[in-house]
Design a protein around this ligand. Sequence first.
Ligand SMILES: Nc1ncnc2c1ncn2[C@@H]1O[C@H](COP(=O)(O)OP(=O)(O)OP(=O)(O)O)[C@@H](O)[C@H]1O
Ligand SMILES: [Mg+2]
Length: 370
Amino acid sequence: MGHVIDRYQALVRAGELRTDPAQADAAALLDRLAGELEAVPKRGSILWRLTAKPAPQPRGVYLWGGVGRGKSMLMDLFFSEVRIERKRRVHFHEFMLEVHDRLRIERQKEAGDPIPAVVEALKGEARLIAFDEMVVNNSPDAMILSRLFTQLINAGTVVVATSNRPPRDLYKDGLNREHFLPFIDLIQDRLDVLPLNGPTDYRMQRLSGLKTWHVPNGPEATKALSDAFFRLTDYPPEDRAHVPSEDIPVPGGRTLHVPKSLKGVAVFSFKRLCGEARGAADYLAIARRFHTVIIVGIPRLGPENRNEAARFVTLIDALYEQKVKLLAAADAEPAELYETGDGRFEFERTVSRLMEMRSDDYLAEGHGFA
Ligand SMILES: Nc1ncnc2c1ncn2[C@@H]1O[C@H](COP(=O)(O)OP(=O)(O)OP(=O)(O)O)[C@@H](O)[C@H]1O
Ligand SMILES: [Mg+2]
């Protein structure tokens, strides 16, 4: 028994995690993988030079299941525990943006197939790549993925992935799906596929009973939202003064600063999100990247704030469409937020969406589902 399973069991014993047989199975599988990855001698070491035959490539792991089942939690636990140097954890959607950028650069360099060069670079950067939230919903991504992953895995990179869908349902009913089927075979062939689909949605359990819209802005609302943030992220009390920030890529090669970002939960001020020139692409990047967004400092809006109001409409549309959970502090209830001004009529839809986003049904829905 290795240290991944030790850590998992310690959390269960400490009461931080409830006993869950499917999770225990997944932890055992990840523990096995950690052991195999660690058994390979360090590149360049004497042992490495003496080993005549390379060890067989460890099988990767594909965890799939409904929302809040603990997939990301287990992957993060594995990732932080596994004692190898060249490892990388990435959100799948960001990875695809990065791959598109890299392919574009390769195409400019020379004619011909750009994929092998990108695979070579990725392989040099990490022995293990952990992908959170694998999802395939358009034909270019499907085609690139299929070829890129096949070559990456054949080159010896170990892949761990989480997804809401079993491999056979990836890119379901997609255009030209027949070209994608070899990729599904590859996953089933080279990765251990494990459902993590127990009866409990642990995120919902943490969200239910939480008030999501706090009025007015002030210390009480701030305290409630900060408690909710820590409840959703399990952040240890001793580290709470230093919540990490992050810069996420947005289309067009730019980045967006996220002042607080942890385990798929982001905190923004209204001013940063809607007070600056931002547009649908930025909001979509946020909506895809985070399952929960906390917005503080939403003021009452008047005719002089029509730009802020319009951006807020676009933001809520993006969050709503991606089923992002919203917690907020505002100076008014949604219906009183923007009573007069340009676009008031359109704002009615936003009010309605905000109301729906507070419901238990909405809170129980999976992130990113159309
Ligand atoms: N056994 C458990 N007991 C208590 N809390 C748990 C347990 N498993 C997971 N959680 C908590 O539930 C929340 C949701 O878990 P996690 O984010 O890993 O879900 P997920 O399967 O990745 O969901 P999604 O598909 O939406 O990404 C997290 O806060 C996590 O720490
Ligand atoms: Mg997850």
